[in-house]
Design a binder for this molecule. Structure first.
Ligand code: BTN
Length: 263
């Protein structure tokens, strides 16, 4: 199912879309474009990836039925603030998916989008640094499972889901892809202009999938059980265990009672 870069361009002033039917990873291609000095907003889009990259060195399943795109950004921020690119993007992509599907999106800290307890979208922000810890550019990669791949999701991804179900009209596929990307860009770049203001944070907190849930997490080689209290204004996960409250700034957590999402 092809996609029209021209139609995306008509709907948003922020992106310079470049479309490929199939690539290894849009993040990898966006990085090589960035190294060649393309302008901010250059966006590599594909309908299929053969080597989609996920967080923590994992693969990201990227079959036909989804849309995968990576935006070249040149932010003037500190390296540790790249986290806010991801959090702003999570809010923007949630709004975009909701706008075209009418389905409520929640954000599973830090960067997964859930609909009805299933992961439908992942986000991977990768920074490239110059000397002295200086951010040269960032690649914001987003993968959305719009439809289930042929044959369904593999058994080792029990929490993977799609925005639309089989009975949703196939003919809508193409228009939705273009609309989602443009809607995402129009929201995201408004946040991005003043990233340090964190105008997206309240909504990020309100969309939290983990708040109120029992989780386990690893710290200093130990595994702890805790209840998630919420998300703080720096996108840290506030948890409570044995009467003690602590804030996690990164790491992998597992929801008690839900199988681990190993992408
Ligand atoms: C995750 O859930 O672990 C993050 C997944 C990010 C996947 C997107 S798809 C577009 C872009 N290209 C990649 O290779 N990865 C990101």
């Amino acid at each position: 199912m092809k996609l029209s870069a021209k139609k995306i361009k008509q709907k948003t002033e922020y992106l310079y879309p470049v479309y490929f039917d199939k690539v290894d990873s849009t993040n990898v291609i966006a990085r090589s474009f960035a190294e060649n000095g393309v302008k901010e907003g250059t966006t590599i889009i594909a309908c299929e990836q053969t080597a989609g990259k996920g967080r923590l060195g994992r693969n990201f399943l990227s079959k036909m039925g989804g849309v995968y795109f990576s935006v070249v950004l040149k932010p003037e921020i500190l390296p540790q603030e790249t986290l806010f690119i991801t959090t702003a993007a999570a809010v923007a992509v949630s709004q975009a998916i909701e706008a075209v599907s009418g389905k409520k999106c929640q954000i599973k800290w830090v960067n997964d989008i859930y609909i009805n307890n299933k992961k439908v979208c992942g986000i991977l922000t990768e920074g490239a640094f110059e000397k002295k810890n200086c951010l040269k550019y960032a690649i914001l990669g987003i993968g959305i499972n719009l439809f289930e791949p042929k044959g369904g999701f593999p058994e080792n991804l029990p929490l993977a889901g799609s925005v639309f179900c089989k009975k949703d009209k196939i003919l809508l596929k193409r228009a939705k892809k273009e609309q989602i990307i443009a809607e995402f860009a129009n929201v995201f770049f408004e946040f991005y202009k003043n990233l340090q203001n964190k105008d997206f944070m309240k909504e990020y907190q309100n969309r939290s999938f983990l708040t109120g849930k029992e989780i386990t997490y690893k710290k200093d080689g130990n595994v702890y059980n805790a209840t998630v209290v919420g998300i703080d204004d720096n996108a840290g996960l506030i948890v409570k265990r044995d009467g003690l409250t602590e804030t996690l700034s990164h790491g992998e957590i597992q929801i008690v009672g839900m199988e681990q999402f190993a992408v």
